[in-house]
Design a binder for this molecule. Structure first.
Ligand code: AMP
Ligand code: MN
Ligand code: MN
Ligand code: MN
Length: 280
């Protein structure tokens, strides 16, 4: 497969995106995307709707998911899975388990936010949730903006929801090797999502690449919606050094709430092997 405009990372209302799967696919098509993956957080429930919409539009579509992984000393990293069998029992059961802790975590977040002066956050966040199993910090952020505590969701994260801030509650997600294992068991490719967004030292960053490769991880998002030129150079170098396949990813969540729109990223450096190289 040789797409001209692949976008292999975005979110629908099935997790913390703002658009329903079919509407998201239509927007991708209108933006000129010719290979799309929907990668909702810990959830594959939107894939059938997205695939039907993509088929109707003649847009190449592959299955996707973005799995939350606990790493090192209370860090969270995200592993994207691409082009797998979304009915595989290991993957289905693993994701179900990862999702299951979210509601209790949300309750604890609301308690902490109340202490910081923001009341009613659990019920408030729920108003923005499309899929109750997938209540996330993004939904809390939208409620906090609604309440007028901040002008936009990024500011909410900076003041309340990022690690170390009053509404942050640490949580145990999947292990790295579990997440990669489920993706591989289902026949997919595991990809390190937005490698520039983790607060890791250079040494910790390398440990992540080494561990990821050791448990069967194969790809890295060399171009992500939030990455700058220096990061693209850095992660292209990592792809060459570790022999990772390169992915291209907007991480679009919705109009006005994302770094970049669907399919509007720069192209991958041409010498890299893209994740789709062996897809038919
Ligand atoms: P959760 O899975 O509940 O921890 O929520 C993680 C989601 O919050 C990410 O996928 C992003 O959509 C969003 N997020 C995290 N950090 C930020 C940030 N600094 N600005 C805006 N959104 C963020
Ligand atoms: Mn998100
Ligand atoms: Mn992510
Ligand atoms: Mn994402």
């Amino acid at each position: 497969m040789t797409p001209g405009n692949a976008d292999l990372h975005c979110h629908s209302t099935t997790s913390d995106g703002l658009m329903a799967p079919a509407a998201l696919v239509e927007r991708a098509k209108a933006n000129g995307v010719d290979l799309l993956a929907l990668t909702d957080h810990d959830e594959i429930g939107g894939l059938d709707e997205a695939k039907s919409a993509a088929d109707a539009l003649g847009l190449n579509f592959v299955t996707g998911v973005e799995i939350s992984v606990s790493w090192g000393d209370d860090q969270t990293v995200h592993i994207v899975g691409l082009n797998f069998d979304h009915r595989h029992p290991d993957l289905v059961a693993g994701l179900e388990r990862v999702r299951s802790g979210r509601d209790a975590r949300a309750g604890l977040m609301a308690v902490e936010l109340a202490k910081a002066g923001i009341d009613g956050a659990y019920e408030g966040a729920l108003k923005y949730v499309g899929n109750p199993a997938l209540i996330s910090r993004s939904h809390f952020a939208r409620y906090i903006v609604e309440r007028g505590f901040a002008p936009d969701v990024k500011t909410v994260f900076d003041h309340w929801l990022a690690k170390g801030k009053p509404g942050y509650v640490s949580h145990s997600w999947a292990e790295l090797q579990e997440a990669v294992g489920w993706i591989r068991a289902a026949g997919g490719i595991a990809v390190i999502a937005h490698p520039g967004r983790y607060r890791l030292t250079p040494a910790e960053r390398r440990e992540l690449y080494v561990a990821f490769k050791a448990c069967g991880g194969q790809g890295i998002e060399v171009v992500s919606g939030s990455s700058n030129e220096a990061e693209i150079r850095e992660f292209a170098g990592i792809a060459r050094e570790f022999g990772f396949l390169a992915s291209r990813a907007s991480d679009f969540h919705g109009p006005g709430e994302s770094w970049i729109d669907l399919g509007r990223m720069v192209q991958l450096p041409p010498d890299l092997q893209p994740v789709w190289a062996n897809w038919s």
